[in-house]
Design a protein around this ligand. Sequence first.
Ligand code: HEC
Ligand code: HEC
Length: 229
Amino acid sequence: MPQTLRVASIALTAVSLTLTAAIARAQAPAASAAPPSSPFTVGKAASGETKAALCASCHGPAGNSVNPEWPRLAGQSAIYIAEQLRLFRAGVRNNPIMKPLASTLSDQDISDLAVYYEAQTPTGLEADPSYWKAGEQVYLSGDPAREVPACVACHGPLGRGNLAAGYPALRAQQSVYVVKQLNDYASGARYTGQNPAQASLNGVMMLTLAKRLTPEEIRDVASYVQGMR
Ligand code: HEC
Ligand code: HEC
C-alpha cells in the first residue's frame, strides 16, 4: 500500500473507533454518571408500599431491617435510594444480592419505592455502650489534624442526612452494615467501573475520607449512628 493511502486508512480506522465509542456511550443506559431525575415528581408512596413486599424479607417491615447486614431503608433520602437502586441495576454498585433484584425494577418502580421508604420512621438497635462515646467524638468533631471531617457536617446533628441533596441518613442504621460500607469505600469495593470515584453523584467525598479512618474509629462511629434517632 502506498504511504499516503496507508496513513489515510489508519486515520479512518481511528475515526471509526472514536465514533463507535461515542455511539456506545450514547446508547448506554443512563445509569452511573447521570444524576437521577427526582423521584418526587413521579413516585407514588402507595404503589411503593405494594412493591416493597418484594423487599421486606430482607429490609424488614416498613424498611426496618432486623438483620445487621441488611440496611435499614426507613427514613432514608428518596433521592439517595433512587440513585443507589440505579447503580445496583447498572452493576456499578456491585452487590450480588441487590444487582439481580434491582434489574427487575423499572424507573417508575424505583421512584415509587424511594418515596415510600423515605416516608417511613426508622426504629432499631441502640448504640453499643462500650463504643458510642468515642464514636460521638468522631461524628461531631472528626479529627482536623488528620483531615477527617466531622460527619455531622453532611449527615446532620440527628443523623437524618440531607434529604434534598441526597446525602444519606445514618440514624438507626445497622452498625455492621455501616462498618462494611466504610471499609468498602476505603478499599474501593463499593463501586466498580472505569471511574468508581465518579460513580455516584456525591460518592467521591466518602471514598477519600473513609481511607483516613482507623478500624477503631469505624467501629465506634458505626455504633454511635446505630443509636441515633
Ligand atoms: C435477599 C435480601 C434482599 C432483598 C430481597 C432486597 N435487598 Fe436491598 N440490600 C440487601 C443487602 C445485603 C444490601 C447491602 C449491600 C451492600 O452491602 O452493599 C442491600 C442494599 C440496598 C440499598 C442500599 C441502601 C443504602 O443505604 O445504601 C437499597 C436502596 C436497597 N437495598 C433497596 C432494596 C429494594 C427497593 C428492594 C426490593 C425491590 C430490596 N432492596 C430487596 C439485601 C436485600
Ligand atoms: C462532605 C460531606 C460528608 C461528610 C463530611 C461525611 N459524609 Fe458520609 N456520605 C456523604 C455522601 C454524599 C454519601 C453518599 C455517597 C455515595 O453516593 O456513595 C455518604 C455516605 C456515607 C455512608 C454510606 C451510607 C449507606 O447507607 O450506605 C456512610 C456509612 C457514611 N457516609 C459515614 C460517614 C461518616 C462516619 C463520616 C464522618 C467520619 C461521614 N460519612 C462524613 C457525605 C459526607
